[in-house]
Design a protein around this ligand. Structure first.
Ligand SMILES: Nc1ncnc2c1ncn2[C@@H]1O[C@H](COP(=O)(O)OS(=O)(=O)O)[C@@H](OP(=O)(O)O)[C@H]1O
Length: 259
């Protein structure tokens, strides 16, 4: 392991956020036991992770859909390598849902059995970079982006959590045949939420009635997520991740400029 920076921890050529990751967990990632019905949302940072987390929470949990349960999407679908709430993954009931920013070559080898499913969400890199720039200026633990030119250099060089955008997307795409994987494009999700929800639920083999589909599509809008404390990460950002100022939100703009 090589600590390139105070907040970046480089492990096998990939940059993690150092304070949220557990070194032992990383060392044993390969052998983490995968169940056939595990589901992983995988993304490069700032590509639609928490959005997909909300969609899957709505698909899987009736109590999330009809708002009778007040559990955050992070509790329903914890981050795999950034387990900030110390969720006990091994004793978690099935189906276990996770999200992750791991590159293809670091995920547990059990995912190659092709039984567990992966939803890989990607987003136009210019919007990823813009989102990342603002996020870096907001989060205490990250190195502030300063001006965009300075941040762009870091982003293009891969000196950010997640390393290089291009390597991440290309790696997953080139190795797609090794996994049971569905690729979702942020811009398409933005253009047609309903079709995206249907595509995801078909892939997950989850049958949904028309009313359920409506409820999911509705609660997965940017505006509705912004005002849903279970999904907007406001509290998590404030109390668990740490913000530099009171301004700024995880759900910042949600724009899709397209390629
Ligand atoms: N419902 C919905 N619709 C459209 N866009 C959405 C939605 N939910 C989250 N977002 C936007 O996704 C960006 C955050 O990406 P991630 O969730 O991948 O961030 S992270 O990697 O988990 O930190 C961040 O993008 P920016 O607004 O451009 O910064 C969020 O606003």
């Amino acid at each position: 392991m090589d600590n390139k920076d105070t907040y970046l921890l480089n492990f096998k050529g990939y940059n993690f956020e150092s304070s949220f990751v557990d070194a032992d967990f990383l060392e044993n990632l390969d052998d983490f036991e995968i169940r056939d019905d595990d589901v992983f949302i995988i993304t490069f940072p700032k590509s639609g992770t928490i959005w997909t987390q909300q969609i899957l929470s709505l698909i899987y949990f009736e109590g999330h859909r009809n708002r009778t349960e007040d559990l955050s999407t992070l509790d329903r679908i914890p981050f795999f390598e950034y387990n900030i709430r110390k969720t006990d993954f091994l004793n978690r009931p099935s189906p276990r849902l996770f999200c992750s920013h791991l590159p293809y070559y670091l995920v547990p080898k059990g995912l190659k059995s092709k039984k567990a499913k992966i939803i890989y969400v990607y987003r136009n890199p210019k919007d990823v970079m813009t989102s990342y720039f603002h996020f870096s200026n907001l989060v205490v633990r990250f190195e502030a982006g300063n001006d965009m030119e300075h941040f762009m250099k870091r982003f293009l060089d891969g000196n950010v959590v997640g390393s290089r955008w291009f390597d991440h997307v290309r790696g997953w795409y080139e190795h797609r045949h090794d996994f049971s994987i569905l690729f979702m494009m942020y811009e398409e999700m933005k253009k047609d939420r309903r079709s995206s929800v249907l595509k995801i639920s078909r892939f997950l083999e989850k049958e949904l009635g028309e009313e359920d589909v409506e409820a999911i599509v509705e609660q997965a809008t940017f505006q509705n997520m912004q005002s849903d404390p279970r999904a907007n990460y406001d509290e998590i950002l404030k109390y668990e991740v740490g913000k530099r100022t009171d301004e700024g939100h995880f759900l910042r703009k949600g724009d899709a400029q397209g390629f």
